[in-house]
Each structure stands twice: as structure tokens, then as C-alpha cells.
Design a protein around this ligand. Structure first.
Ligand SMILES: Cc1cc2nc3c(=O)[nH]c(=O)nc-3n(C[C@H](O)[C@H](O)[C@H](O)COP(=O)(O)O)c2cc1C
Length: 187
């Protein structure tokens, strides 16, 4: 993918803490085509953790889908997206993807990315991690996904929570191969 070229990216937001990562990512991808899928639990956390409304969130994406819209074009391997990001990714959704359990549009679209050899980035947020989850992460990595744990760094000398959020979103942008100025690289 050439830098500056418009990309088609599926962004899924699930019910893990850190809904703001998904919101910030959508904002950063405003020059690209974004297909937003949000889970029922994520809707509750959006309200609990942020001041954004569902309407505001929908406005940020090119197209919006609920998790039960399993008959939509995103559920097919023929959907020509360049990549998919699940941010944040709950351990439930991570487990479902790792085990091929396509119970909703998010997991189905993610499994389609894997089967079509497209980039899939999952951003889990949980600690400590149980053995089952660690094994699921290994499975997903072996299947080709990028496990981008929501672990902000402090070498950037953050002065705000926004700096910590931007660091993680910057790491996602790095994986997508899109230029950004979200964090200063170590020199
Ligand atoms: C306040 C709150 C915070 C949560 N934080 C996390 C979390 O950080 N990571 C996680 O894996 N699950 C977390 N959960 C649990 C998930 O929301 C739950 O497993 C849910 O079924 C995930 O569904 P989804 O993947 O379909 O969105 C949280 C739940 C609540 C109510």
C-alpha cells in the first residue's frame, strides 16, 4: 500500500475498557474509508467511559454496522478491505476469532481477513492474562493476526492521558502502514 493512498479499513469496537482507542483511531483514519462495527457491550462502555454518543461515533465512519448484521457485505471474504482493526478487543471476541467461532459480524469479518490473508490487528486490554487467553493469542498470531496489546509506553514522556492513547493509536497506524504524528519516535 503506497503512502497517501486511500485505504478501506474495517474498525470494530468491542466491550473492553479503552473504547477511546477505537474512537481516536476512527478520527485518525478520517482520510480513509472506514467500516465501523460495534458490539452491544461496547455501546454500554461507550456511554460509561466517554462523552461520545452513538450518533457522534457513526458520523466518524464512512459506513456503520451493528454486530448482528451478519448478512452484510462485511461478512463475506469478497469484501475488498485492506485491513481490519479490533480496538479495543475483549477477551471474549479474541477467543472467538482465535477459535473460528463467527458468532457475530465482528468475528466473521475478522475470520474472513485471516482466511483471505489480509491484515488483522487486535488490541486486547486486560491484565493479568490467564493461560487460556495467552494460548488464544498465540493461536491468533500463528494464524497471521497482529496482537497489539494496549500497553502505552513512557519513553515518550507523556503529559496527558491523550498522549498515552495516541501512542497506542500510533502503533496501530504503524501496523497499517499509514504515516502519522501521534507519537514521537525514539531517536
Ligand atoms: C465496565 C466493564 C469493563 C470491562 N472491561 C473489559 C476489559 O478491559 N477487557 C475484556 O476483555 N473484557 C472487559 N469487560 C467484559 C466484556 O464487556 C464482556 O466480556 C463482553 O461480553 C464482551 O463482549 P463483546 O466482545 O461482544 O463486546 C468489561 C465489562 C464491563 C462492564
Amino acid at each position: 500500500m503506497e503512502n497517501g493512498e486511500e485505504m478501506k479499513i474495517v474498525v470494530a469496537i468491542t466491550g473492553a475498557s479503552g473504547i477511546i482507542y477505537g474512537v481516536r483511531l476512527l478520527k485518525e483514519l478520517k482520510e480513509h474509508e472506514t467500516y465501523l462495527i460495534i458490539s452491544k457491550e461496547a455501546k454500554k462502555l461507550l456511554k460509561h467511559e466517554t462523552n461520545y454518543s452513538m450518533d457522534a461515533l457513526k458520523e466518524m465512519a464512512t459506513e456503520f454496522y451493528n454486530e448482528d448484521e451478519i448478512e452484510s457485505k462485511l461478512a463475506s471474504g469478497s469484501f475488498p478491505c485492506d485491513a481490519m482493526v479490533v480496538a479495543p478487543c475483549s477477551l471474549k471476541t479474541l477467543s472467538a476469532i482465535a477459535n473460528g467461532f463467527a458468532f457475530n459480524l465482528i468475528t466473521r469479518a475478522a475470520i474472513c481477513c485471516l482466511k483471505e490473508g489480509k491484515k488483522l490487528i487486535v488490541v486486547p486490554r486486560e491484565t493479568p492474562l490467564d493461560l487460556i487467553t495467552l494460548e488464544n493469542m498465540v493461536k491468533l498470531r500463528q494464524a497471521g493476526a497482529v496482537i497489539l496489546a494496549a500497553m502505552p509506553a513512557f519513553y515518550i514522556k507523556p503529559s496527558s492521558v491523550e498522549d498515552l492513547i495516541d501512542f497506542i493509536v500510533g502503533k496501530i497506524m504503524d501496523q497499517l502502514g499509514i504515516e502519522h504524528e501521534l507519537y514521537e519516535r525514539w531517536k
